[in-house]
Design a binder for this molecule. Structure first.
Ligand SMILES: Nc1ncnc2c1ncn2[C@@H]1O[C@H](COP(=O)(O)OP(=O)(O)O)[C@@H](O)[C@H]1O
Ligand SMILES: [Mg+2]
Length: 267
């Protein structure tokens, strides 16, 4: 099935939180793959008090297995773990120590193959792109690449050249889009025009709800119906529609309302 990569231009706009939120609200079986060479977040964050059994050896274990069996097919499913409370979501947790990033370089090509040939969809968090450690093989194999950024001058400035490079990298038929974490002076239309890339969703600035996903904070009573979660669902619908799974779903009026952040955050 399809590989959807979430990336950032740097500056911690919330790409990991968005990747996890997207996975938790995905409409079918999905694997969240933490492929940010700078390190993992879900295990010590969202899963810190939720994990009941071992999350397994994760991405580093997979890299070590790949080193010992350079020609064998990667047994990806042996390295993924269920996310408690989210029946259809599994996790391939990332490396803890960024020094292990170099071990991942030889893995990316084979991982791209394994991720695109598995049954369910995959959401991969690549973190900041544009550096020498960027998993380019995953970007080339992706059906969709979403750059998460804030609509500020500094974020738009760093995003520009990274999106130029990205458009050259992704395959024909793949889509590059933006997801704005609304906390900045520019409108979606302005960012879209300057970066020449469609805005697929605007997320509200919802620090309390975001902390549930990024830090494992206790959810408020309204978390499940929050604007943030509804916006993740909307982003998911947009991504699947663009990937061709739900052609009638794109651009519907309700999506336009839910994908907008104008209603404000933490509701
Ligand atoms: N939509 C949002 N509204 C408010 N705060 C957010 C939102 N998304 C993420 N955050 C916060 O931003 C911080 C960085 O998030 P994270 O997802 O780790 O960023 P990145 O992966 O881009 O480095 C965290 O404290 C998280 O709670
Ligand atoms: Mg991150």
């Amino acid at each position: 099935m399809a590989l959807h990569c979430l990336v950032s231009p740097g500056g911690s706009p919330g790409v990991t939180t968005t990747a996890l939120g997207l996975a938790m609200t995905w409409s079918s079986e999905v694997l969240l793959a933490e492929c940010d060479p700078m390190g993992r977040r879900v295990l010590p964050g969202f899963l810190a008090d939720r994990l009941r059994e071992s999350a397994g050896p994760g991405l580093l274990g997979l890299a070590m297995a790949a080193e010992t069996g350079p020609n064998a097919q990667l047994a990806l499913e042996d390295y993924v773990a269920p996310i408690p409370g989210a029946d259809s979501v599994t996790l391939l947790h990332g490396v803890r120590d960024p020094r292990h990033g170099v071990r991942l370089e030889a893995l990316w090509g084979r991982l791209a193959e394994a991720l695109t040939s598995r049954e369910g969809d995959v959401i991969a968090d690549l973190g900041r792109i544009g550096g020498r450690d960027t998993p380019d093989a995953l970007l080339r194999a992706a059906q969709t690449v979403i750059m998460v950024l804030k609509p500020t001058l500094t974020q738009v400035d760093v995003a520009g050249p990274r999106l130029d490079a990205l458009r050259e990298q992704i395959s024909d038929g793949a889509t590059a889009g933006l997801c704005l974490v609304a906390e900045g002076p520019y409108s979606a239309a302005e960012v879209e025009r300057v970066l020449g890339t469609p805005v697929m969703a605007e997320l509200p600035y919802s620090p309390a709800d975001a902390r549930v996903l990024s830090d494992g904070a206790r959810p408020r009573r309204t978390f499940k119906t929050s604007l943030l979660l509804r916006s993740f669902k909307c982003l998911g619908r947009r991504i699947r529609a663009t990937a061709g799974a739900l052609p009638t779903d794109i651009g519907s009026e309700s999506d336009a309302v839910l994908c907008g952040a104008s209603a404000g955050g933490d509701r």
